[in-house]
Design a protein around this ligand. Sequence first.
Ligand code: GDP
Ligand code: MG
Length: 162
Amino acid sequence: MLQDQEAHAAEMERTFIAIKPDGVQRGLISEIVSRFERKGYKLVAIKLIVPSKEFAQKHYHDLKDRPFFNGLCDFLSSGPVLAMVWEGEGVIKYGRKLIGATDPQKSEPGTIRGDLAVVVGRNIIHGSDGLETAKDEIALWFEPKELVSYTSNVEKWVYGVN
Ligand code: GDP
Ligand code: MG
């Protein structure tokens, strides 16, 4: 049965996904991007950027009291990060499932961290953890004009919307 166009539009979400410097340096960009792409999500923004330490501190502001905060911000600003916005129904929560648990020792096989990373300090990818965080992170990393709205040809096949 075809899904109602309005219901489909109402369920659409955007999430902020970033491949951290370790993932970029290890040549994992295409592997990671392809997992989101093959799932059926739509890429609406992408850029390679070396964030400043101050920018990294803004991105991880929630963790400022954690002992690893300084090292984490040093690391995020140590090289190129591939910043992206992905769109789809339920992409915030399911994107986190694709990524896997924060500690790769606990991530399930089949997840990005489970398959491609070993330790928590080098877990290769970031994904927004909720609707508000996604909005804040997208606004921090991208200007509105960098977000590209378009109709993907596969959308009707992914969602069954006419
Ligand atoms: P995430 O949302 O799964 O990325 O996890 P958090 O938001 O809790 O933490 C942000 C990032 O901080 C993680 O992805 C790790 O890179 C890092 N991190 C979290 N916990 C630890 C820890 O216990 N030790 C170290 N070294 N890094 C951590
Ligand atoms: Mg987090």
